[in-house]
Each structure stands twice: as structure tokens, then as C-alpha cells.
Design a protein around this ligand. Structure first.
Ligand SMILES: NC(=O)c1ccc[n+]([C@@H]2O[C@H](COP(=O)([O-])OP(=O)(O)OC[C@H]3O[C@@H](n4cnc5c(N)ncnc54)[C@H](O)[C@@H]3O)[C@@H](O)[C@H]2O)c1
Length: 258
């Protein structure tokens, strides 16, 4: 087992959507493990409290020109690129019947085309460095909440893309894996809880869906991503690792039975 504190020393990582939420926790974990980290996001983080190993540059993952510019700037500034974490994502609620094609296309562009573009344009740099790609999928790549057709379709696509990247880029020395988080406490899904008339009751009910008795924290995801980005996972590629407190391990039963 490597020393967690310096396992990524000398490595340059980019984290898309790293300004808040899960991405922000990933940025902090990678930096703590020794990496130089560049956040690529539409928005700047509210603070950069790291002593210089974390910077931020504008990136729209849905636009190829923006991806090309971002990656060239990272390589020009830091000399290398070793780790790409495709975390940027959007989610909204819309039923299939009457679904806006514009919103469907937007979800595909950010959640699925974004990781494809990042891998496509980072590959030549990653290849020289035994590089790593980690995609953020979702348990909604396996199953779907109501009114989440676009989100679930893109996350299922991310899981498939992960295998395609592992197969196509493996011979270049690049590993690619994904994580599939369950319910993680971020602004992405806070509105579900915050708009509920009895917030405490809904938090309790959500926790009970999980065999370990709680919802997830961004650091739960960041821990696994950091392992996938480092040498201790050297023989792991093409995998989707579920991080959901056991939620998908337990099929639903009528509540009267348990
Ligand atoms: N929160 C959860 O419960 C959960 C569960 C499973 C998977 N995920 C996935 O984890 C990832 C992060 O989710 P989160 O909860 O931290 O979300 P979040 O909304 O808190 O943060 C998303 C970040 O992505 C950035 N972003 C959005 N569009 C972008 C674009 N086009 N280009 C660059 N950056 C862009 C946003 O500015 C923001 O900083 C997403 O891919 C999401 O689908 C989240």
C-alpha cells in the first residue's frame, strides 16, 4: 500500500466541474495526495485554500473548442497531464412524454459528450504518462428515478464509454474506470430535500434506504476516485465501482415486511 500523502506527487490532474460538490472534494483529495490540480468549470470556486497546488480555468465540457483550449493551457502551464476526472454533470426532472429535445440534447452534451471530448483530446498527453481517466457515472446508469430519462440515459452511456475508453486507450497505457455514486449530499439534489414540507422526515427516510444508515458525502466518492487515480489500482481498468452505502444491493420490499 502506498503512502496516501504522497501517492500522486508529481502528477498533474484535471477535474471537470471541480468548483463545488463532489468535484470539489475530489480536487481536495487529489491535491492532498500530492497532485497539482486544475479545476475546469463554467464557474470559479468560491475559495482556493490550498497554497497554490489547485488552480481553476474556464471550461465548458460540452464545447469541443473549449476542451481543446483548456487541455492545451494545462499542458502549457504544467508540462504534463496525468489524470482526467470527468465529473461535470447536470440533472433535471422532465417526463418522457413532452420532453424538450433541447434539454435532452444539453444533457447528452454535458454528461456524455463532455467525457468523450476530454478523453479524446487528453489521450495523446496521458499516453506518455501511463495516464488515468476516471468518469463519474451514477446508480442511475443502472436504474432510473421518475422523470430522469435524459440523466439516466447519459449515465448509462458514461458506464459504456468507460469500457470503450479502457479498451481503446489501454494499449496506449491509459487506464479508465468509473464510479457510480448513489445519493450524495450536494446542491445537485438538495432541492429534493429542501423543498419538502417535512425536511427531517425525508432525510430520515432517505437514510433508511441505505443499509449503512446514511446518505453519502462528497468525500465518500473522492476517496475511491483518489484510489483509482493512483498506483494501488494499477491492474483495474474498464470497471464501474458503485459507491452507494449498499442501496442498490437491497431490492425494495413492502415496508410492512421489514
Ligand atoms: N450528488 C449526487 O447524488 C450524485 C449521484 C450520482 C452521480 N453524481 C454525479 O456527480 C457529478 C457531480 O455532481 P454534484 O452533485 O457535485 O453536482 P453539482 O451540481 O454540485 O456540481 C456540478 C459542477 O459541474 C459544473 N458544470 C456543469 N456544467 C458544466 C459544463 N458544461 N462544463 C464544465 N463544468 C460544468 C458546475 O458548474 C458545478 O461546479 C455529476 O456528474 C453528477 O451527475 C452526483
Amino acid at each position: 500500500m502506498s503512502d496516501h500523502r504522497d501517492v500522486l506527487d508529481g502528477r498533474v490532474a484535471v477535474v471537470t466541474g471541480g468548483s463545488r460538490g463532489i468535484g470539489r472534494a475530489i480536487v481536495q483529495h487529489l491535491a492532498r495526495a500530492g497532485a497539482t490540480v486544475v479545476i475546469g468549470d463554467l464557474n470559479e470556486p468560491s475559495d482556493l485554500d490550498d497554497g497554490g497546488s489547485i488552480t481553476c480555468a474556464h471550461l465548458d465540457v460540452a464545447t469541443e473548442d473549449s476542451v481543446v483550449t483548456f487541455i492545451s493551457e494545462v499542458v502549457a502551464s504544467h508540462g504534463n497531464l496525468d489524470i482526467v476526472v470527468n465529473n461535470a454533470g447536470i440533472m433535471f426532472e422532465e417526463p418522457v412524454v413532452g420532453h424538450s429535445v433541447d434539454r435532452w440534447t444539453k444533457a447528452l452534451a454535458v454528461n456524455l459528450t463532455g467525457p468523450f471530448l476530454m478523453a479524446k483530446h487528453a489521450a495523446e498527453h496521458l499516453a506518455a504518462r501511463q495516464g488515468i481517466v476516471v468518469n463519474i457515472g451514477s446508480i442511475e446508469g443502472y436504474a432510473c428515478n421518475p422523470n430522469h430519462a435524459a440523466y439516466a440515459a447519459t449515465k448509462g452511456g458514461v458506464h459504456g464509454l468507460t469500457k470503450a475508453l479502457a479498451v481503446d486507450l489501454g494499449p496506449m497505457g491509459i487506464r479508465c474506470n468509473a464510479v457510480a455514486p448513489g445519493w450524495i449530499d450536494t446542491e445537485l439534489n438538495a432541492s429534493y430535500i429542501d423543498s419538502h414540507p417535512d425536511r427531517d422526515k425525508i432525510v430520515d427516510a432517505l437514510a433508511k434506504l441505505h443499509p449503512i444508515g446514511r446518505i453519502g458525502d462528497p468525500t465518500d466518492v473522492a476517496d475511491v476516485v483518489t484510489w483509482l487515480a493512483g498506483p494501488d489500482s494499477a491492474f483495474v481498468t474498464g470497471q464501474v465501482i458503485t459507491i452507494d452505502g449498499g442501496r442498490t444491493a437491497r431490492p425494495n420490499l413492502p415496508s410492512a415486511l421489514w
